[in-house]
Design a protein. Structure first.
Length: 227
C-alpha cells in the first residue's frame, strides 16, 4: 500500500460512520418535511378538487357582490329561514343573516364550512347562522322558507324535482346565474352573469302535481285500452 492510499484509507475510515449517520438523519428529516407538506397540500386541495370529480361537477365559484345584492333584493319582502345550497365561503348566508334571516349553509368542503363559521363569528352573526358539512343530495330542505342556489345547468333539473317534493308551498327559491329548466320565474333581478331568478314554490308544486295527475291518467287510460 502506498503512503497516499494508506492516508486516504485512514481518513475515510475515520469519517464514514458519523457522516453516514448524519446523512441518514438529514434524509429522514427531508423525507418527513416533503411527505408532511404533500399530505398537508393534499388535505387542503382535495376538498376543492373533489366536486370536479363528481357526477355533477359543482366547483367553488363565489357569488359576486352584485349577485349577493340581487339575492337580497329578490328576498326583500321575505323573512324567516333561509338556506344557501352549496354555501361556499358563506357570503350569502352571512349577508342574509345581516338582513334578519335565520340563515343556514350546506357545503361539502369542510375548509369552506370552517371558514364560514369563523367569518360569521367575526362579523357578529354566529347566533343567526349555521353551517353544515353535508352533501346537498342527502339532506332535506323541507324546513326552509327561502332557498338560494348558485348551481350549474347539469344539476338544475334534478334539483327542481327535489325542491318541488320537499319545500312548503309558501317557499321562494332564488337561482343565481343559471335558471331552473322548466319552472317559470315570477321575476328576475340584476342582469348578465349576476342575474337571479325568483320562483314561487306554490306555482311549481302545483305544476308538478298537475304533471303527475296527467301522467297517472295517461297510464290508467292506456291500461284500460289494453284490457
Ligand atoms: C358555485 S359555488 C357557490 C358558492 C356560494 N353559494 C356562493 O354563491 O358564493 C357551489 C358550492 O357548492 C359546493 N358543492 C359542490 N357539490 C356539493 C354537494 N354535493 N353538496 C354540497 N355542496 C356542494 C362547492 O364546494 C361550492 O362551494
Amino acid at each position: 500500500m502506498s503512503q497516499e492510499e494508506g492516508f486516504l484509507g485512514s481518513t475515510q475510515a475515520s469519517r464514514c460512520p458519523s457522516d453516514s449517520r448524519s446523512r441518514g438523519r438529514l434524509g429522514l428529516v427531508v423525507t418527513g418535511v416533503v411527505g408532511g407538506s404533500l399530505i398537508a397540500l393534499y388535505a387542503v386541495a382535495a376538498p376543492f378538487v373533489a366536486p370536479a370529480l363528481r357526477k355533477v361537477c359543482l366547483p367553488f365559484v363565489p357569488a359576486t357582490t352584485a349577485q349577493v345584492e340581487n339575492v337580497l333584493k329578490a328576498l326583500r319582502a321575505r323573512s324567516g329561514t333561509l338556506v344557501d345550497i352549496g354555501s361556499g365561503d358563506g357570503r350569502i348566508v352571512i349577508a342574509a343573516a345581516k338582513h334578519g334571516f335565520q340563515a343556514s349553509g350546506f357545503e361539502l368542503n369542510p375548509w369552506l364550512v370552517w371558514y364560514s363559521r369563523y367569518k360569521a363569528w367575526r362579523e357578529g352573526v354566529h347566533c343567526s347562522t349555521s353551517f353544515h358539512i353535508s352533501d346537498l343530495w342527502k339532506v332535506s330542505f323541507a324546513q326552509y322558507s327561502n332557498v338560494v342556489i348558485f348551481g350549474v345547468p347539469q344539476m338544475m333539473d334534478q334539483l327542481e324535482l327535489k325542491l318541488a317534493r320537499e319545500l312548503p308551498s309558501t317557499a321562494k327559491v332564488v337561482a343565481c346565474r343559471f335558471p331552473f329548466p322548466t319552472w317559470v320565474p315570477e321575476r328576475t333581478a340584476g342582469e348578465g352573469i349576476d342575474t337571479v331568478w325568483v320562483y314561487n314554490a306554490g306555482t311549481f308544486k302545483s305544476n308538478l302535481q298537475q304533471e303527475m295527475t296527467k301522467s297517472t291518467l295517461k297510464r290508467d287510460y292506456s291500461l284500460d285500452e289494453d284490457t
